[in-house]
Design a protein around this ligand. Sequence first.
Ligand code: TXA
Ligand code: MG
Length: 322
Amino acid sequence: MTRISAVNTARSLPIREAVAVLKRGGLVAFPTETVYGLGADASNPAAVARIYKVKGRPANHPVIVHIGEAGHLARWAREIPEHARKLAARFWPGPLTLVLRRAPGVGDYLTGGEDTIGLRMPNHPVALELLRQFGGGIAAPSANKFGRISPTTAEHVSDDLGSEVDLILDGGPCEIGIESTIIDLSRDRPVLLRPGRIGTGDITATLGTAPEPRDRGAPRAPGTLESHYAPRKPLRLVAGDHWDERVRGTNCAVLCFRARPVGEKCAMWIRASTDPRRYARDLYSNLRALDASGCDEILVEEPPASAEWAAIRDRLLRARSA
Ligand code: TXA
Ligand code: MG
């Protein structure tokens, strides 16, 4: 299948072409408010199988099905608990994925054999228009090779997956920059499977009960593997008070909250925002730039331990080398 690249054509987004690609079983990378997704028709097992092949992802890891309306939940989930209705009403479209018991007919090829399905209505005009015109669900993991850094621009997608994708819709850089919060509502109590922009506090305020942290009974989720979102170069987290001695004299690339000292010779120095939203928005672009800088290692200053930095800390802990 030929690749119809839509990179740099943000003004004339070829959504109709994208719908045609999806309908014939092809792969379309598309922007969401979190990261770019690698989409396929969720009702087509062969198309979804291609996602796994292109990503190099093990087949037992479930994918998120993106839907264009909360009303479509019932097509995919056999039970829509009150908690799910409340969260969808409050946060959709938005950076929240709900894990629910799957409806009869929802295949193992989407769920990795689990009895649950992950569902999200993204908040991005291109994604919503694509979903509206397509009409069905779009299965989409992040549009990167398995275990690597998620893409937040169309260029990242073409760097990672190139001609293996049939079409890339360019919607500019993603505004949130890290993946959605995932809540499992398939069991007795809500469980937080992956932290994101929507924090535990937001969820507690909506449900009147706090989600529990993930435990061993929780379903599989590659985003929750110990090592994920990783650059190629070794990445280490450094506490602020050990910073100077750790950086000095090494061929490192740096993401930290301070200015580059005069004469510091490291391969690259990025001064990060102290605003967690901006930090998250730029995080994956920054990690990609540091990774490509010719350094021997990437040093990241540990962000604060407060709740608003929780999702960022989670990603950095997984991106770091053992
Ligand atoms: O922000 C996002 O969620 C992005 C955009 C494209 O929507 N998608 C994304 O997909 O991050 P992916 O596949 O890279 O990560 C989805 C996570 C995985 O950790 C997967 O295991 C988990 O969601 N997941 C999906 N369905 C699940 C299920 N039924 N049970 C448990 N975890 C599930
Ligand atoms: Mg991913």
